[in-house]
Ligand binder design. Sequence first.
Ligand SMILES: *Cc1c(COP(=O)(O)O)cnc(C)c1O
Length: 400
Amino acid sequence: MHRTGPWLRAAEGAMLLGPDGIPAPTVFAEMSALAAATGAINLGQGFPDQDGPVEVLDAAVEAIRRGVNQYPPGRGAPELREAIAWHQAHWYGLSVDPDREVLVTAGATEALAATLLAFVEPGDEVITFEPFYDAYGALIRLAGGTHVTVPLTAPDFLPDEDTLRAAFSDRTRIVLVNTPHNPTGRVLPREVLATVLELAERHDAFVVTDEVYEHLTFGTMHVPVATLPGAADRTITISSAGKTFSTTGWKIGWLTAAPALVEAVVSVKQYLTFVNGAPFQPAVATGLRLPDEVFHGIARELSEKHDLLAAGLRSAGFDVMRPDGGYFVLADTAPLGYDDARAFCLRLPELAGVVGVPVSAFVRPERAAGYRSLVRFAFCKRRDVLSAAAARLAALSPAR
Ligand SMILES: *Cc1c(COP(=O)(O)O)cnc(C)c1O
């Protein structure tokens, strides 16, 4: 009776359908279970193991005590919407009306879900880069859309311009751009974003952005698509507090867009979660208004954590690709004599007591060959954890 339904499209879109047509657990669940069973250090899933700014945490506690415990307004607490508008002006020079152009959501995930469900009709095409965050594939298919991808390939993980142009058609409804990019760590340069915008204009498509790592960059400036000339009318900018403030469990996200677009997304969002996280909303407002130095400090600390883990990976013999931003580093297992990252990840707990995830989990089977030997490791962990992982990895011996 439950053998079919939209859930099957979601599983298929997230690349979880096995050859038998039965949805498999995600590679994150599989690898986390492996870490738990073997006591290996889990660098598979991308969540921090340390708290973020104490001002943000204190503000949430204080809000609960102050009685901010009932449904907040549908579009989000006014103080958070104002802080989001302030943040967009302060960091990017964008002018956003907090009453008409901001929507607070249950994480970036709900912002993406509500946006895709609001605008994608069956048969419409949605373009993303590939590798892609697994939720994109699932949500596009749930909305009835067709998922078209443009590969980002080693060594630079930038899209080929002709391939990008060829991906657009008159069926393109949305191009979904994730920068800084998970899992490659690439911050997309302004020229690539300008090409995306030009193509979106030509084919009358929306640009939806996922900027959850906007503050976690290591020297390369993040450019929101919305700052490009002509982008304002067709761009929906999505971000979240989870990654910036190490509060992934709070699920406070948001989007900013032109009033008519926000209205359309509200029509869907109000029947998904309606609202969420009342006391966390003023806490995130406090976070967004913290001094610039706090944001720079968060990025600097993460960059040092990257260096710690990357050094361990290099001395183990991996080819390591330096990310421009985000939580993750990609390592190539080929120089160690392993050509199948999935098989390697399954053995890594036993070989070195560490868990990572194969990049093939972010790629469709037909494209997997290009990413076959790549592993993604998370470095959003405590220094002592990363040092221990680096030491364990450095002791890894090449395959025979
Ligand atoms: C973590 C992550 C998200 C999810 O953000 P939430 O605010 O937790 O919903 C979305 N996109 C990317 C690329 C991510 O890495």
